[in-house]
Write a protein that binds this ligand. Structure first.
Ligand SMILES: NC(=O)c1ccc[n+]([C@@H]2O[C@H](COP(=O)([O-])OP(=O)(O)OC[C@H]3O[C@@H](n4cnc5c(N)ncnc54)[C@H](OP(=O)(O)O)[C@@H]3O)[C@@H](O)[C@H]2O)c1
Length: 323
């Protein structure tokens, strides 16, 4: 089958290890189902895998991709849940210390087919397009858990999202504004700030700009480059929910004094559960949310999508169509 896979890894030139070509179909496994993909989505995780972050070199070649939607072996339209718990794990799979994401241990979704545990094939609601279904499993699920399970916020709160253009960031803005939060964004690029206003943000600021007032919560995915600004932008007792550190995980200042003196809360957040993915999909359909998509391209042209992400030019998600 056609697949997009990591053949080698390079921190400085991640695209050098990207291959698009034939890979063998996976052998069926009891309790698992093969999903024939219609669409698949790109995440920063895929770029990190090519850079050697989170994917040990001895597991190569590895088919990339965490997001996808298609038809399972029984003919059901499904969204693929990317969090694979270890054998026998009970409860919240994101808390399983031995969980993996598709493309870390098991082949991922940037292919014509993907083999997943049956429980990871989540019903796709009627009314959700294949393109939109391919955006939900990772960035959108992560944004859902950050906002609704981990932030402790109630509607009316003001929330700052660092970095307007990313997949998680655009999901946060769209989910938050649909829920009645006042969503503010920062961006390195004024044009992306403007686009964030079009999808529901209330105000857009330049990265690092002083805000007109402090906020109730900050959603962090950028890490080192924005950490100090996030801490300084919070009201006393406010919350940072952090799910990523795209610009690095060692900020020049940890801001520990600010954190304890103003009694800030720092909450880590990773992916979401199968139930949260089901609810996210329902919520998107109920609210008529159309996830921001930067571009749709055939899987054969996946290299263009990776190059766009590597250059930081994206606004929203890259979706691949699979034939
Ligand atoms: N823990 C989890 O489960 C989980 C799940 C999903 C994602 N993540 C992590 O969250 C992060 C974002 O993922 P994504 O897929 O949304 O990535 P993406 O689409 O490539 O977005 C990158 C984001 O980083 C922002 N950014 C701002 N300053 C930056 C800087 N100095 N260097 C690089 N980027 C900067 C960009 O905003 P502007 O261009 O607008 O400034 C953009 O919002 C990644 O680190 C990813 O690994 C974690």
């Amino acid at each position: 089958m056609l697949a997009v896979y990591a053949a080698s890894q390079s921190k400085d030139d991640p695209l050098s290890g990207l291959e698009i070509g034939e890979r063998p179909d996976r052998e069926p496994r009891p309790g698992w189902t093969t999903v024939t993909l219609k669409t698949a989505g790109l995440n920063h995780h895929d770029l990190f895998s090519l850079q050697g972050v989170g994917l040990p070199a001895d597991r190569l070649p590895m088919i990339l991709g965490c997001d996808g939607a298609g038809i399972d072996e029984d003919g059901n339209e499904v969204i693929v849940h990317a969090v694979v718990p270890s054998e026998g794990w009970q409860g919240d799979e994101t808390l399983d210390p031995r969980r993996t994401l598709l493309s870390e241990l098991h082949d991922g979704t940037l292919a014509q087919k993907v083999l997943v545990p049956r429980a990871n094939a989540v019903p796709k609601p009627a009314g959700l397009s294949w393109e939109h279904a391919a955006t939900l499993s990772t960035a959108w699920l992560t944004a859902y858990r950050m906002l609704f399970s981990n932030s402790g916020l109630t509607p009316g709160a003001t929330v700052l999202v660092q970095g307007a253009g990313g997949g998680v960031a655009t999901a946060l803005v769209q989910l938050g504004s649909a829920t009645g939060y006042r969503m503010w964004v920062t961006s390195r690029d004024e044009a992306k700030g403007q686009k964030a206003l079009e999808i529901g943000a209330d105000r857009a600021f330049a990265s690092g700009e002083r805000l007109p007032e402090r906020v109730d919560a900050v959603m962090e995915t950028v890490g080192a480059a924005t950490w100090s600004h996030s801490v300084k932008s919070l009201k006393p007792g406010g919350t940072i929910v952090i799910c990523g550190a795209t610009s690095g995980d060692a900020p020049p200042k940890a801001e520990l004094t600010q954190i304890f003196f103003r009694q800030l809360r720092v909450i880590g957040s990773t992916m979401g559960t199968r139930l949260e993915l089901e609810r996210l999909a329902q919520f998107v359909v109920q609210q008529g949310i159309e996830p921001a998509i930067d571009s749709v391209m055939p899987l054969e042209q996946a290299r263009d999508g990776f190059a766009k992400m590597a250059s930081g030019e994206l606004f929203g998600k890259v979706v691949f169509t699979v034939s």
